[in-house]
Design a protein around this ligand. Sequence first.
Ligand code: PEP
Ligand code: MN
Length: 314
Amino acid sequence: MRIAGQVSIDDIPRICPLLSRTANPQYGEHGTRVVNVAGVRFGGERPVVIGGPCAVESHAQTVGLAHAVKRAGADMLRGGAYKPRTSPHDFQGSGLEGLCILSVARQETGLPIVTEVMDPRMVAEVAEVADMLQVGSRNMHNYTLLAEVGRTRKPILLKRGMSASLCEWLGAAEYIAKQGNMDIVLCERGIRGFPSGEYSRYVLDLNVIPAAKMLAFLPVVVDPSHATGVSAMVEPASRAALEMGSHGLLIEVADLTVGEPKCDGLQAIDAATLARIVRFAQEKKSVRSPELAAESGKERRPSSALKATAAFPS
Ligand code: PEP
Ligand code: MN
C-alpha cells in the first residue's frame, strides 16, 4: 500500500539535496562540515561542550554561571532569554534584558553564546547578540522561523522536534540551508517514547547520532539535560553520547547554593560535574577530523539504507 506523504530515509537525497551526503559527494562517507562559531569548531578535531543555565534569570545568576562554565573548561555559554514554557503563566524568560545580560557574560568570559529564538519577528534582534541561534524542539516544524534564521549568517543549533522523525529533522535543516545558511548543527534532545516521564523526561535517542551523520554531513550534538530530565543521568548520558559519535554536548548548569532555578532545576548539574564531562570530551579523539576525511578524497556514495553499523561515520 502506498500512503500519501510517507517518506523514508531513502528519500533523503530528494528531500535534502543541499545537505545529504549522496547529493554532496565532496563530503565522502565521513566528512563533516565544520561549523565555526566565533572560533569554536563544531565537527572539528574534538567535541564541543556548551554549558549554562536553562534560562537567563538575572545578571548575577548568568554572569556567575558563565564564569563557572568557563572555569570548567567548556567552549560556549547557553541560556534562554526567551523560554517556551508549557504554561503561559510560567516564567517566560527575561527577554531583551536577558539578551543584554548574555552579552555582558560574553564580554566578561569570552565565551560565545547560543540562545533560543522563538519568533520570526525577533530573529534580527536575537541575532545581534547571539553567536549562534537556537531553534528549539517545539519550533523545529516552524518553517517560517526556519526560513528566517536561514536568511541570517549566524550559525544555527537546530534541536530535534520531540516527536520528529530523522527525515523531518533533516527536512527542517534543509529549510535553513535553502535560504543560503549552511552553518547548521543538529541537536538530539530526547524524543517522546512510551516510558517518557516515568523514569526520565524523554528517551535519549543515541542511535540517531550515527544515522544522522551517515545521511547528512552536518555536525550532530546531544542535549543530555532535556533528554533525561534527571541531573544524575546527565554525566553518564554525556559520555554515552560521545561514545556514539556526538560532536558535542549542550548541558544545563546551575549553582544550587544560590537557590533553585526558575526552570528545569532537577536536570541541572553543578560546575564540578561539568568539568568532569569536559575532561572526558577533551580526551575523546573519536570525532574524525574533516581534514582527514577530505584527504581520503575518494568519491564514495553512502548506501541509501542503514544496513551495517560498520558503515556509520565516526
Ligand atoms: C532549551 O534548550 O532551552 C530548550 C527549551 O530545549 P528544547 O527546545 O529541547 O526543549
Ligand atoms: Mn531547560
